[in-house]
Design a protein around this ligand. Sequence first.
Ligand SMILES: CC(C)=CCC/C(C)=C/COP(=O)(O)OP(=O)(O)O
Ligand SMILES: C=C(C)CCOP(=O)(O)OP(=O)(O)O
Length: 299
Amino acid sequence: MDEHRQGTRRAGAYLARWAAQVEAELERLLPAESEPPQVLHRAMRYATLSPGKRLRAVLAVAACEAVGADGDRALALGAAIEMIHAYSLVHDDLPAMDDDDWRRGRPSCHRAFGEGIAILAGDALQTLAFEVLSQLPARAGIQPATAVAVSAVLARAAGSRGMAGGQAADLAAVGRAVDAATLSFIHRHKTGALIRASLVSGALVGLDEGEAGLRHPAVEALGRFGESLGVAFQIVDDLLDAGDERKAHEASYARLLGAERAVQEADRLTQEALAALQALGPSGELLGDMARLLRHREA
Ligand SMILES: CC(C)=CCC/C(C)=C/COP(=O)(O)OP(=O)(O)O
Ligand SMILES: C=C(C)CCOP(=O)(O)OP(=O)(O)O
């Protein structure tokens, strides 16, 4: 087996192992279905615990380990990130946005619970994520200054200068011809921002130096890695969705440039991501394997 195949296998095993731990943490952190209002709590659990890859959480764990700390330190953080991600998918599927009936192989949250509850489940997942971040010092022995820095990184990445902003630009592009610069803005914000923030926040928790961690060379390198990886991830997602008629009106590189050039762009960005990892030396190897795994993933 060649070196790269061995590496992607290692990354696959790492992803599976930590995804299971993230799910156990989510189980603990999400309100029980028996707690009123039951329907809202059922919807929050449905949207979050449905079968997802837990990629962003595992990137946070891997970044935490890449700076020399134990991945367990980033588990509650990873769960919080998955709550933000689950919220974004619930709202993305709403009739006012992508109007998707299916998510993770199941009826989307609003199909299962109605639009009102889906909107509230998304809202409550996002606020629960920040509640969990505020508890990082008590739960994971992390310095309060680090918890504040991590909260700021994730709030910015999820907000109007990040994911929500990217989604707004994406909505504005529906049914229009978009240029490469607009598409790049959409991808960097809608998808890239949270992926980048997962890596940066995981490393911040690993270093536990408060805001000063943001200036650490490894954190800067992980941020650059996340920027390229996030866009490559979205391009591959669009390529995997390419046969889906219902997505034909959405802005994507495959639609703008054709599948072949979209593949080239995903390859170029993956190489750019791998180059950013050089600064980490051997501690960046696993993240490099993850980038290759994601580039060659199948639906
Ligand atoms: C603030 C909000 C609602 C953000 C949504 C962010 C997001 C990345 C949605 C999924 O994108 P997609 O539509 O390309 O993916 P999928 O194919 O999974 O629907
Ligand atoms: C940003 C995009 C492309 C939305 C889906 O993200 P994932 O592919 O990580 O979704 P789950 O595994 O969490 O369902």
